[in-house]
Design a protein around this ligand. Structure first.
Ligand code: SAH
Length: 511
């Protein structure tokens, strides 16, 4: 068997967008992803569908893998012919033991790439508003390991040199030894009034910053029970934080938000959450694909071939649009087939999808409104007309009913089907268990049902798990479906749009 390749990838400090393009490509191409707790969950969800996600970090309840075992695991996976990504927090070469992992790969003749990452040493202070250099304050910075375990008082650090080697000193793995570190620095000539900051879980929703001076910080850390992991910054640049802090000011800062939606549709919500400073976790519980049933496919193909025999073509979702037109090309037809057919879209997103294909559709209202639903269309809608209705997962049962009531003939065809997908379920369940998810967004009834089904397959008490985060529903129907499962609905967006859901969460965060 051919040996696989290993990518030793820097994941960056946690914000899933702080991975390199090369690192993301490796992740999306790998059959197995080996990660520890510094590699963010949001990033893991970007792995290839079906990829094996292997956690090798600390576990309170189980044996923690030793470095030698991790090295061996990478070798074993590669020898099975797999493409492997070893995802490491920050940059793999900065206190990341990448050398040891690479050495064993060399020994086994396994090819690898080292893909550098953004180190927490620089990025985490930046997210707290502390640039590690500033012309007015310093011309150098030094990154030092604090060797976390308090019992191992460190002999490899030459404190006399370190204390004055650079204007800005940055310690990784130093929280547990903060007293020792600050004492050593004072003893070796740094002023007790030197500003210092600890930034914990930087670039993530849990980001928290503590500032003080070398004289005060150890007591402050104790009082606040400030826990690792954190980056410690010592030097005048820390003063800039007051003026420059920016991340904490974003309207969704500190919020981790589960987006349960098919991948193709999730991007808008995911992008907006990230822009607003929240951390989106994309859980693609639904995958959209062509109908697996050959009978359904051939019904669709026949309808497409006879599309010119219809008076109307009505779409109810953007996905329906893209699948219909893609299929059209696949069966050897093109859009000119529809030149006499009137085309309508339910909802603005569907209309936009049609516009992107050069078609300005007649707009239909998104919601059922008992009276006067089709008033604007009535002159055009006439009894006896034939309507082709490519059916989508978002069922709009009222539409065909209403059309039939008006005396039109409706032919429904399946353009795609949705299947549940459990990729990343363990990662999501772990986050929920820890109470690390603030909101779960439900953008349709099917996202409720699918999330429920996927979680149920992995966990005996789905309700308990799903109750650990606040459920935000796009509209009353979705809320009803959630409530039907017993999920406490925290809020319902007043307008059935993604923007309205975001506004609801922002308001909720302030209150
Ligand atoms: N290779 C990593 C560092 C690994 S050592 C890098 O380049 O960033 C682990 C230490 O990194 C932690 O103890 C902590 O000091 C720091 N660290 C990593 N990610 C962090 C984060 N998101 N917030 C705060 N500290 C972080």
């Amino acid at each position: 068997m051919e040996k696989g390749r290993v990518y030793l990838v820097g994941a960056g400090p946690g914000d899933p967008k702080l991975i390199t393009v090369k690192g993301l490509e490796a992740l999306q191409r790998s059959d197995a992803v080996v990660y520890d707790r510094l590699a963010g969950a949001a990033l893991l969800m970007k792995a290839k569908p079906g990829a094996e996600l292997i956690y090798v970090g600390k576990r309170p309840d189980r044996h923690t893998m030793k470095q030698e075992e991790i090295n061996q695991l990478l070798v074993d996976l590669a020898l099975q012919g797999k493409t492997v990504t070893r995802l490491k927090g920050g940059d793999p070469s900065v206190f990341g033991r990448v050398g040891e992992e690479a050495e064993l790969l060399v020994q086994h003749g396994i090819e690898y790439d080292i893909v550098p990452g953004i180190t927490s040493a620089v990025a985490v202070p930046a997210y707290a508003g502390i640039p590690v250099t500033h012309r007015d304050f310093n011309s150098s910075f030094l990154v030092v390991t604090g060797h976390e375990q308090p019992e191992k008082l460190d002999t490899t650090i030459h404190w006399d040199k370190v204390a004055n080697a650079a204007d800005t000193l940055i310690f990784l793995m130093g929280v547990a030894k903060i007293r020792y570190i600050s004492e050593q620095l004072i003893q070796h000539g740094r002023s007790p009034a030197t500003p210092i900051a600890l930034v914990r879980w930087g670039t993530r929703p849990e980001q928290e910053t503590l500032t003080g001076t070398l004289a005060t910080i150890a007591d402050q850390v104790e009082q606040a029970d400030f826990k690792p992991p954190a980056v410690i910054v010592v030097g005048e640049v820390v003063r800039l934080r007051d003026k420059l802090k920016w991340m904490e000011k974003k309207p969704l800062f500190g919020k981790r938000i589960l987006v349960t939606r098919a991948r193709a549709q999730a991007s808008e919500l995911v992008d907006r959450i990230a822009e607003l400073g929240g951390e989106p976790i994309e859980f693609p519980v639904i995958q959209i694909r062509e109908p697996a049933d050959p009978a359904a496919s051939s019904r669709l193909d026949n309808a497409i071939r006879q599309a010119d025999g219809f008076d109307w073509l009505m779409f109810t979702s953007a996905n329906g649009v893209s699948h219909f037109f893609d299929r059209m090309v696949q069966v050897g037809e093109d859009v000119r087939k529809l030149h006499r057919v009137r085309i309508a879209a339910v909802g603005p997103k569907t209309a936009e999808a049609l516009r992107n294909r050069g078609i300005v559709a007649t707009s239909l209202p998104e919601q059922y409104q008992a009276e006067g639903l089709f008033e604007s269309l009535l002159p055009e809608l006439q009894a006896g007309q034939r309507v082709l209705l490519p059916r989508s997962a978002i069922a709009r049962a009222w539409l065909p009913k209403e059309l039939v009531r008006l005396g039109l003939e409706v032919v429904e065809v399946d353009v795609y089907e949705t299947v549940t997908s459990a990729d990343g379920a363990e990662v999501v369940i772990d986050l929920l268990l820890k109470g690390s998810v603030d909101y779960i967004t439900f953008t349709s009834s099917s996202t409720v049902t699918n999330l429920w089904n996927v979680i149920s397959a992995y966990h005996a008490h789905p309700l308990e798990l799903l109750s650990k985060a606040k459920a935000v529903c796009i509209g009353p129907v979705t809320a009803q479906t959630a409530a039907g499962k017993g999920i406490p609905v925290h809020c319902v967006a007043p307008e059935a749009t993604v923007e309205s859901m975001l506004a609801t969460m922002i308001e909720d965060r302030v209150n």
